[in-house]
Design a protein around this ligand. Structure first.
Ligand code: RBV
Length: 502
């Protein structure tokens, strides 16, 4: 009994401690406007055309007294190899053998793209076409690059995120005489250096994941525009940027919104993001998901995919949303929906997948539990405010690969995964090959379409032609040995008439 009494007392004290910790953190948050003024007095220089992003952790000055406690970034910047023939710049060309095996593994799981490759080998629809691609440099992207090359294209590839390049895959492509400018851990300047080397090839087609090629061509390298037939965009964030360009009247060549075609977003965004995000969180932390309060910010295709997988692993999933319809869908899917302010107090793991910025801010971090884990799966590292995390922290250290521990002034620890960059590509391998099979089949067929029909297109944003989308779906079904029915003539007639009723 005495023992139980002591335990009770201990628990009460601990609870009080946690309440005090939160109050101290909240106090520091109340000082943030002052810190922000300090920050804007010392702005981070952003070159026009550079990726706009929040100041990186190093750029935020910690209070002088705390400086000694802050540890430097523990992950050294990758030292890329000097270009050997001007055709590539990768971390280590010696990794080519290992990368080649990974690509071969992906090929075994990408039957649709491989089938298209065989057709391309025979008909060479991209003969002489120069393609610059800014995509995550993964084994699946490598299968796409090989396919475009098999179709006769000259391909140049750069990475679409500083932390998503698989260095062995980059080396394997470089060894195959594909121009590659990418290594994991590029700085912002290096990122744009790589992108510009891909653009130096004077592409006829730009293939983007995040619209950085399109926006750089339009804002800084407009001299390239006369050569460009058109562009293709892989992801939601990029399509949003592309449509904003079109609405501004700034667009100067036709673009295909590959993301928006059903065989892309219904599978890649939902199943792909769902599995790879959970994979990234688990590889980084190895925490048990069962029983955890797992907060997903957003409930679009990506976020709902993440929620589904987390729930399947036994987590208590909580959704935060700004869109009433999506919030309603989450509620009727049996999930708890609440504001981020409420969720912040109870979440064990937070994942953002909204495509917006500053979704998790200082006021939320201040009330989080000790040990909370923060991850992002959206395209840019702007969804979790890293400057806010730096501001409320007294020290930071790298705990393990892809896990940074931030300790607040009150001693609470928050764990940021993959520096707030897309956790599925930075801490795992991105989406599985089977879904990228469809996304990249759409990309390959759109490139073929552009090579054939670009002259008939206006500088507008186009949907992927329906016959391409349906063809990809049929090929995927066939590869899975699934057969479906066809309409009878009677049914076709019925569906196209309005006269038959009750
Ligand atoms: N993505 N690519 C991979 N394994 O190559 N994984 C994910 C891969 C793409 C995906 O299509 C999504 O739209 C985009 O990355 C987000 O940047």
């Amino acid at each position: 009994m005495v023992y139980e009494g002591n335990t009770m007392r201990l628990e009460e004290l601990e609870e009080e401690m946690r309440a005090i910790e939160r109050k101290i953190d909240a106090f520091y948050v109340s000082l943030l406007p002052m810190l922000n003024r300090e920050r804007s007095a010392h702005p981070v220089k952003v070159e026009p055309g550079m990726q706009t992003q929040l100041p990186q952790p190093e750029a935020v000055k910690p209070a002088p007294v705390l400086k000694a406690q802050m540890q430097p970034r523990l992950q050294p910047q990758a030292q890329p190899q000097k270009p050997q023939n001007g055709n590539y710049r990768v971390k280590d060309i010696g990794l080519a053998g290992q990368g080649g095996l990974k690509i071969e593994w992906a090929e075994r799981h990408m039957p649709v793209l491989m089938r298209i490759r065989r057709e391309f080998e025979a008909s060479k629809p991209l003969s002489g076409v120069r393609i610059a691609a800014c995509l995550h440099v993964t084994k699946e992207t490598a299968v796409l690059m090989r396919t475009l090359k098999a179709g006769g294209a000259e391909v140049a590839l750069c990475g679409s995120n500083p932390l998503s390049t698989q260095d062995d895959v980059a080396a394997a492509l470089a060894a195959e005489d594909i121009k590659v400018f990418a290594w994991r851990g590029v700085t912002n300047d290096e990122y744009y250096w790589c992108l510009n080397r891909a653009l130096d090839t004077r592409p006829n087609i730009t293939m983007d994941d995040g619209a950085d090629l399109i926006s750089t061509v339009h804002s800084k390298r407009a001299d390239l525009i006369p050569n460009v037939f058109g562009g293709q965009e892989e992801t939601t964030t990029g399509v949003i940027r592309m449509r904003a360009m079109a609405a501004d009247g700034a667009l100067r060549y036709p673009l295909f919104a590959v993301n928006d075609t059903p065989t892309k977003h219904m599978f890649d965004n939902y199943y792909g993001t769902g599995q790879s995000t959970i994979d990234g969180i688990i590889r980084a932390t190895n925490v048990l998901l069962a029983g955890k309060n797992f907060v997903v910010c957003g409930y679009g295709y990506c976020a709902s995919g993440i929620a589904k997988v987390a729930r399947g692993m036994g987590a208590n999933v909580i959704i935060t949303e700004v869109d009433p319809t999506k919030a309603l869908k989450a509620t009727m899917d049996g999930l708890r929906v609440m504001t981020i302010a409420e969720a912040a107090r109870i979440g064990d793991i937070f994942v953002t997948a909204t495509g917006d910025k500053n979704v998790i801010r200082a006021e939320h971090m201040a009330v989080m539990k000790d040990n909370a884990i923060l991850a992002n799966s959206g395209h840019f590292n702007a969804e979790i405010s890293i400057p806010d995390l730096e501001s409320i922290s007294a020290s930071k250290r790298r705990m393990r690969d892809n896990v940074d521990e931030y300790t607040t002034r009150a001693g609470k620890r928050l764990y940021l995964l993959a520096e707030g960059r897309l956790v599925n590509l930075a801490a795992a391998e991105g989406h599985p090959s089977e879904v990228m099979d469809m996304s990249f089949a759409d990309q390959a067929l759109c490139a073929e379409y552009l090579a054939k029909h670009a002259k008939d297109l206006e500088p507008l944003v186009y949907d992927v032609p329906e016959d391409i989308d349906l063809r990809v779906a049929r090929l995927k079904l066939a590869s899975m040995d699934v057969r479906i029915d066809t309409l009878t003539d009677e049914q076709k007639k019925y569906l196209s008439s309005w006269k038959e009723g009750t």
